[in-house]
Ligand binder design. Structure first.
Ligand SMILES: NC(=O)c1ccc[n+]([C@@H]2O[C@H](COP(=O)([O-])OP(=O)(O)OC[C@H]3O[C@@H](n4cnc5c(N)ncnc54)[C@H](OP(=O)(O)O)[C@@H]3O)[C@@H](O)[C@H]2O)c1
Length: 239
């Protein structure tokens, strides 16, 4: 896909890798609708990226609000080409300490939010005569379970199953679906979680955005349906 003039939706655009995806897409000439709950951060990103970044104040776990926005924004003359389901939250605790509110937040945002928005985008993408691409940002936690991560793991394994099914369902409609499984990235996702050891060799958001650009720019009949990325040397044994 040539990203110039394409219409993209990025959830979780207010920080971390979502902000970096938005920058990469605007730099390639795309129009980006960036969804998140933090108005101030979205506005600051628009100041930086210009009018082709369109801030959308949205909680993606609110299915009704998403439906209203999609129906008032897109038509058969203004159709989405790219959807990056990126917004996510993480709470880590052993099962007997994981709060119900934390479990619900991870399932509501990381999994149900992906379903709500994708369900609304797919009919528009099916009508689009150009090829479209849905990218779901899962995590290495969608492939490997670990102690204290049961809720996060469950939500991200869910994203993997959802993506695998959709890739097979939508390929004959010229809609690509890719699930992305990154290891640790230097963002604020885990900053409130004491048990997560941040380290100097985490991957950089710009590196993940470069890979997503590559995925989007592959030839029309060439699909990378899953991709895993890791820091080569996450914890230098000398440190
Ligand atoms: N950092 C890592 O090591 C890592 C590794 C693998 C996968 N991931 C995945 O990468 C994705 C992005 O995370 P990040 O690392 O860039 O963390 P981040 O900087 O904390 O970004 C998370 C984004 O999600 C948005 N968000 C959270 N809840 C939302 C909601 N209900 N509605 C709309 N937006 C919401 C946040 O915006 P607001 O707070 O403004 O709503 C923020 O823009 C997540 O899915 C995460 O699971 C991260």
């Amino acid at each position: 896909m040539n990203l110039n003039s394409k219409i993209a939706i990025v959830t979780g655009a207010s920080s971390g890798i979502g902000a970096e995806f938005s920058k990469m897409l605007v730099e390639q000439g795309a129009i980006v609708y960036g969804l998140a709950r933090s108005e101030d951060k979205l506005d600051a990103i628009q100041q930086n990226l210009g009018q082709n970044f369109k801030p959308v104040l949205m909680d993606i776990s609110n299915a009704e609000a998403l439906e209203k926005w999609v129906h008032s924004t897109f038509t058969n003359k203004h159709q989405p080409d790219v959807l990056i389901n990126n917004a996510g939250v993480a709470y880590f605790a052993e099962i007997d300490r994981l709060k119900l509110s934390e479990w619900r937040a991870m399932i509501d945002v990381n999994l149900s939010g992906v379903f709500y928005l994708t369900k609304l985008m797919v009919p528009l993408m099916k009508e689009n005569t150009s090829h479209c691409h849905i990218i779901n940002i899962a995590s290495i936690a969608g492939l490997l379970g670990n102690p204290s991560m049961s809720g996060y793991n469950a939500s991200k394994y869910g994203v993997r199953g959802f993506s695998e099914a959709l890739f097979k369902e939508l390929r004959y409609h010229d809609i690509k679906v890719t699930a992305v499984f990154p290891g640790s990235i230097a963002t604020n996702l885990f900053s409130d979680i004491d048990s997560v050891e941040e380290h100097p060799n985490m991957m950089q958001p710009s590196e993940i955005a470069d890979t997503v650009k590559f995925l989007l720019e592959t030839p029309d009949n060439y699909l990378i349906n899953e991709i895993t990325m890791r820091p080569l040397n996450p914890k230098n044994p000398e440190q």
